[in-house]
Ligand binder design. Sequence first.
Ligand SMILES: [Zn+2]
Length: 551
Amino acid sequence: MNNYDIADKIELLISYAKMYLMLQDTDEWYVRNRLMETLKISQPSYPTQDVAKLIDDILHPLSLYAISEGIIDEAQIDQFETKLIDFVMPAPSVIIECFDRKCLNEGMRQATTWFYDFCCKCNYIKTEDIKKNIVWSFTGSNGDIVVTVNLSKPEKDNREVAAARALPQLQYPKCMLCTSNVGFMGRPCYPSKYNLRTIPIFLGDELWHFQFSPYSYYEQHCIALSDEHKPMTLNSASFEKMLEFVSLFPHYFIGSNAPLPIVGGSILTHEHFQGGGKVHPMFKRPVYKQYKHTDFAGVKFGLLDWYNSVIRLKSKNKEALLAAVNYIHEKWCAYSDESVGILSKTTEQHNTITPIIRMERGEIFAELILRNNRTDSDHPFGIYHPTEDLHNIKKEGIGVIEVMGTFILPGRLASEFHGIANYLNGKKPFNEKELSNPENPLFKHRFMIAELLIRNGIVTEDKASTLVTAYINKVCEQILECTAVFKKDAKGKNAFDIFMNTLGFLPSDGSSEVAPADTCKTESPAPQTEVKPVADATPAPKKRGRPPKIK
Ligand SMILES: [Zn+2]
């Protein structure tokens, strides 16, 4: 591409930004000159009325040109493209103002939809990459499970890893979630955040921020994070914040990872929640047994017919529900039952919960997933963690998204599954010695390959692929079952009942009241229509508790 073509691409970027990114006519020369300087172009082209549909169609040629001219090297493509888009998009304050205005005039649901679309258009959420993910769902023994092989999250480039290693241990930003990431240029092995925009919200008395996840693991996958870099915690104040979140965003669920390793998420250093518009498979399950408690009138309790150990609470009364959530959390954290291996504490705390709160038809639902992170000599990775025979598919902690039945598997598995299928369809002869070499990328799958071959022999290509998928499905079910502190057998169910009885819960009839038909139905067509925006009419900036201006 020559200078003229690049000058044309600059015009296309400007027309795209005018159409989708709120670029004002008055700022046009300003951004054109900055883009020309960055791309070392001395003459502009003519403004165009054409608007590209995909931002990638503009950015990729520009970054290729920059590489060819020695302006950047290949490892800097993402950073460079993010910088270019940041030139043509508004500053954070403008986005916040616009969000507030939308909220006030059109309601919170419309404001979040607008903000989500903006984050896609400015390429913070890379929708074209996300389309490459392999997604399927299946119905298991205790409900549906959705599996995503995540091909959109880039694997780290070896050169980038080497460059990162050569850098001094930087303390800025303190983590990926810190608010100081807004506009951050990035560095090797740390994504560029030039185009990150967040919305301040108040949860309780604390300043928090609302943003979307760049990987969008499900519909409108959002994150609420504390303004302060402080460790994950779970207490009454956290539950109160989660309840406030669903009052502000009644069309979203909100969940928190447990604050302990093994059962928590990947980031325990910065307090945050994850939410979004998706109806996760767990939400659709009925309860198999319901309870009441004399101290919590107006709150219905039920044990969920799901792979792991979940108590569902439901109420129209926020205070009563909060009191009940606190009560169960506190009691569970101190509860031990050695007959099923549950020790709440040894030298450190083991019992915790993964809470999820959401609104549905004007009622508040809280699902409390009971967790325990204890290890022993037989289970060095965790007693309620995927067993070692499942680690070829998933070894990492099972966090809030996956315990609800939405699995995110690493992208490398796509090519590995292909390699496994080649053994099953006979394209590659089984060679034990070859597969026993730890350097072989299929080494960790060697038992899976042997098992499938023994059970099925050599099969057709289609059948091989079906067998691999069925195997993964079974593993996902087993992983969820591993996380159950009370297993689904008679002994486990009985132990769960004893726990409930110990807390003063009494069995009650009419389980349909706890699990109405609308929560048990099959696939939801549109998550956004599943919950009613009861707070949409509330003037948003006031409700959102905008932070006071600093004088
Ligand atoms: Zn942080």
